[in-house]
Ligand binder design. Structure first.
Ligand code: SF4
Length: 383
């Protein structure tokens, strides 16, 4: 018997497999109070302390399914660390702020963030199935300020309609896949009807925390608005369950490209071995590891944030040691809205006129002789 079934029988006796696999049941029965949580996990003193203090922003909520993946007796369990508040999140350290990416300053109308020239972020809802303690958007997520109302969405849709330079819309939140099928269908159809919107993307953690949501009906709705890309959010190999695999397979079979965005988190996934296992597992799920994000300097997240050197060492430990598809791009989102900046270990050892010396994964050096073309005009065909 799987651990998830044992968990259901122990903590939700009388609940059938059918109810458990109903995503709406999962949302209705989220663990969202200290009392409900303490019936399932042995809470530590710092966790209890954090749970009983008034929180400024991000609420507590975990789906029963996701809770079944957490070791109830191990306070260092990686998934537990991402979901259960501790007192560390109540302190603010240097350089932290509530809106580290300056999204509010780049919001021309409510629910739209327009930082890059040809793409916008469409904040469809502030609701998530579970609340990640390191969330970049914790200032709004779970607060009820961005309700999934069609009347509110109209403002954002109008803005996109009026800006012909927008060719890419990323629907995010909150988690858009918590919306009802009918609402999603409405929103996607409206976006698809805007002629200059070439691609629609969506960011979601649902396949990891509520895979039951990926129903055949949902996959059909998403596949109707191609070209449509899904950015999923797996952070640790423990999330790669049979249920998550079924959800990803359903999406992939519907022709939806799946890309993963992971946040580098101390005590969760900040080792080469964990990233290797996660990324190789994602490829088996037909998900391309896309970004490894350096954790943003959100207020109360210093206990999650590693040094940049740690991230570079991880990328160095992946590159050349496994399938290239399993190596994500390591990204730092520049504080204040400067955009994403790729970070890479330095493979160039030296440059001289006409030659570049590089190192490989074993530290061996090789010298490459460059060609003679020096500028784009040199590349033009001669007539
Ligand atoms: S699912 Fe995404 S938006 Fe929701 S709390 Fe987690 S990181 Fe934030």
């Amino acid at each position: 018997m799987s651990e998830t079934i044992q968990f259901r029988r122990r903590h939700f006796p009388g609940v059938s497999a059918r109810e458990w696999n109903d995503w709406k049941w999962q949302l209705r029965n989220r663990l969202d109070t200290p009392q409900r949580l303490s019936r399932i996990l042995d809470l530590t003193a710092p966790e209890r302390d954090a749970l009983t203090r008034p929180r400024r922003t991000l609420p507590l909520a975990i789906t029963p399914y996701y809770a079944s993946l957490i070791d109830p007796h191990d306070s260092t369990d990686p998934l537990r660390r991402t979901m259960i508040p501790t007192v560390s999140e109540l302190t603010r350290t240097d350089g932290e702020c509530d809106d580290p990416l300056g999204e509010d300053a780049h919001s021309p109308v409510e629910g739209i963030v327009h930082t890059y020239p040809d793409k916008v972020l469409f904040l469809a809802t502030d609701f998530c199935a579970t609340y990640c303690r390191y969330c970049t958007r914790s200032r709004v997520v779970g607060g009820g300020e961005l309700p999934p109302a069609e009347s509110r969405w109209e403002t954002g849709l109008r803005y996109i309609e009026q800006h012909a330079e927008i060719r890419d819309v990323l629907i995010s939140g909150g988690d858009p896949l918590t919306l009802a099928d009918s609402k999603l269908d409405w929103l996607l159809s409206r976006l698809r009807a805007i002629p200059h919107v070439q691609i629609i993307r969506m960011g979601t953690k649902i396949p990891a925390v509520l895979p039951q949501r990926i129903t055949p009906a949902l996959a059909k709705i998403l596949s109707r608005c191609k070209p449509f890309w899904l950015s999923v959010h797996f952070t640790h190999p423990h999330e790669l369950t049979r249920e998550a695999g079924t959800a990803c397979a359903r999406l992939a079979d519907a022709g939806i490209p799946l890309m993963n965005q992971t946040v580098l988190l101390a005590g969760v996934n900040a080792t080469i071995a964990t990233m290797l296992e996660l990324n190789q597992g994602l490829l088996r799920f037909r998900v391309k590891p896309y970004y490894l994000h350096q954790c943003d300097a959100v207020t109360g997240t210093s206990h999650f944030r590693t040094t940049i050197e740690t991230g570079l060492r991880i990328i160095d430990g992946l590159h050349g040691h496994t399938t290239g598809y399993a190596v994500p791009m390591y990204m730092l989102d520049a504080p204040g809205g400067g955009g994403k900046i790729p970070l890479s270990p330095d493979y160039i050892v030296s440059r001289q006129s006409g030659t570049v010396t590089v190192r490989n994964r074993e530290g061996k050096h090789y010298t490459y002789h460059e060609g003679t073309a020096r500028s784009p005009s040199d590349l033009a065909p001669s007539v």
